[in-house]
Design a protein around this ligand. Structure first.
Ligand SMILES: *Cc1c(COP(=O)(O)O)cnc(C)c1O
Length: 471
């Protein structure tokens, strides 16, 4: 299986190279040269298998020859072994035609564990085969940092440097990162904002000598292997509700468009997905696009669902590439216009094609709290603010359709207890593993918002680690 860049400026490469490189050198995103497919009989054959068995059957269709099948089986086994629910992604029923898929039973209680637990294992395997090492540098405003740290802790061939804005992440989120005791994990509290953290990471990738010296790599949400791991649970849920005989719709609380794009990939493979319902908070650039055909950036406003406080959804480029019939020139021109002007409009036929599969709904903080309250009163289920937006979007769809809808639950409510208390008057119970981190010792270094200082820190930490390895 080969991968091409959406912008068409580089030769096709294989899955293992795509995984280790992240962004394509022409600035585009990697997508499969052709979509793999799954026949009705193949789908029927997957009913009743374990989550790891299903993951193997899906992922192998994207990965091709490397890693080879038995190695891949070991990687998915390992990736989902640390989830604390036997179903891995359990389904509960909230209403007559409305289902809720809990994607927060992984080590850091957010759906990002589905992708990053697999990606960490995959990185180690690929680097082992090449007898090489890499340094991952990332910036986080919350969930991604802890998921990446949990996925990479203790890996022999990976050093991970994670930057978070000092004093600007919640205590639980900070402790989830800083209490991990592993010599290859380095937390940096940067004296600046999340945007400063991201700008520093970008600057380090832009320094060719530094990038080569450390074999820099990225685990951000445009990494294709993350999407592939997320395709699996769409199959899981649809099979449970009667696919391939019966179609299902999915409602997805959306930020960077990575999660819902995995649903699109599942549909392209032949899963009977009747609708993909995008839920936005007040940062509703995607909802406005699906309603008007125009994508236009506005200011980011903070909301109760911070992991969706995003204006530019980086994975949307992958969908746009499909909507313009994989025309590299049109795609590249559209992205250039977007970068220059902050907006673009698509042709009417492109917009209509988008609306054949997608619809979108937006909810402000008040509506989010109302959904948390209503669902709790009706079912006893406590939704986190992100998941509540998915459920609210699903309910809008249910009002006009008889197809079953599965809303994706992307975080455990105890990660956002301020909002939960505000909505229902009391916090969600803390899972024991989260309670535990309130007592553990924290490890992090506070650094000035200065790229040279951060580079010196990375140089000196990696030198110490190399010396320790050789001793
Ligand atoms: C990252 C995240 C999202 C958004 O997912 P995308 O793939 O970026 O669209 C939604 N909810 C939670 C809790 C998240 O951590």
């Amino acid at each position: 299986m080969n991968y091409i860049s959406t912008r068409g400026g580089v030769p096709p490469i294989a899955f293992d190279d795509v995984t280790l490189s992240g962004l394509a050198p022409d600035g585009g995103l990697y997508v499969p040269a052709a979509w793999p497919s799954m026949s009705g009989d193949a789908l029927r054959g997957l009913a009743g298998c374990s989550y790891a068995e299903l993951a193997l059957e899906i992922i192998v269709r994207f990965s091709g020859a490397t890693p080879e099948r038995t190695a891949l089986a070991g990687l998915v086994e390992r990736a989902y072994a640390r989830f604390d629910h036997p179903a891995i992604a359990p389904l509960t029923q909230l209403d007559e035609r409305l289902w809720f898929m809990e994607l927060f039973h992984g080590p850091t209680f957010a759906f990002k564990d589905f992708a990053l637990q697999f990606l960490g294992a995959l990185f180690e395997h690929l680097l082992d085969a090449r007898q090489s090492r890499c340094t991952i540098v990332g910036a986080t405003s919350g969930d991604t940092g802890s998921a990446a740290i949990e996925a990479c802790r203790g890996l022999a061939r990976v050093e991970l440097f994670m930057l978070h804005p000092a004093g600007r992440v919640s205590e639980v989120q900070r402790r989830q990162m800083t209490t991990v005791d592993a010599p290859n994990i380095h937390n940096i509290a940067l004296e600046g904002t999340f945007d400063d953290c991201q700008a520093l990471v970008k600057a380090m990738f832009g320094d060719t000598a530094f990038r080569r010296r450390h074999a820099l790599s990225a685990v951000n949400s445009i990494n294709w292997a993350r999407i592939v791991a997320q395709v699996v649970y769409y199959f899981r849920a649809a099979l449970a509700l009667g696919a391939p005989e019966r179609g299902v719709a999915f409602a997805v609380p959306t930020g960077n468009f990575g999660n819902v794009f995995a649903g699109y990939a599942a549909a392209r493979m032949g899963l009977p997905v009747t609708r993909l319902i995008v839920g936005s908070n007040r940062n509703d650039i995607l909802t406005r696009f699906f309603r008007s055909g125009t994508m236009a950036v506005e200011e980011v406003v903070p909301t109760l669902s911070p992991s969706m406080d995003i204006q530019v959804s980086s994975n949307f480029e992958r969908l746009l590439f499909e909507l313009v019939d994989r025309d590299h020139a049109t795609l590249a021109a559209t992205m250039a216009r977007f970068r220059a002007d902050g907006h673009f409009s698509v042709a009417p036929d492109v917009w209509h094609r988008a609306r054949e599969l997608f619809e979108a709904h937006r909810f402000d903080d008040e509506e989010t709290c109302a959904e948390i309250r209503a669902t709790f009163e009706k079912t006893g289920q406590i939704l986190d603010p992100h998941s509540a937006i998915g459920v609210a979007a699903a309910r809008r769809h249910c009002a006009t359709s008889a197809t079953p809808v599965i809303a994706l639950g992307t975080a455990h409510p105890a990660k956002f207890n301020d909002a939960i208390e505000h909505a229902i008057g009391r916090p969600a119970p803390l899972p024991p593993r989260l309670e535990h981190i309130l007592e553990l010792e924290e490890r992090y270094d506070t650094l000035a918002n200065d790229v040279e200082a951060v580079k010196r820190f990375i140089d000196s930490r990696t030198a110490d680690r190399a010396a320790a390895a050789n001793a």
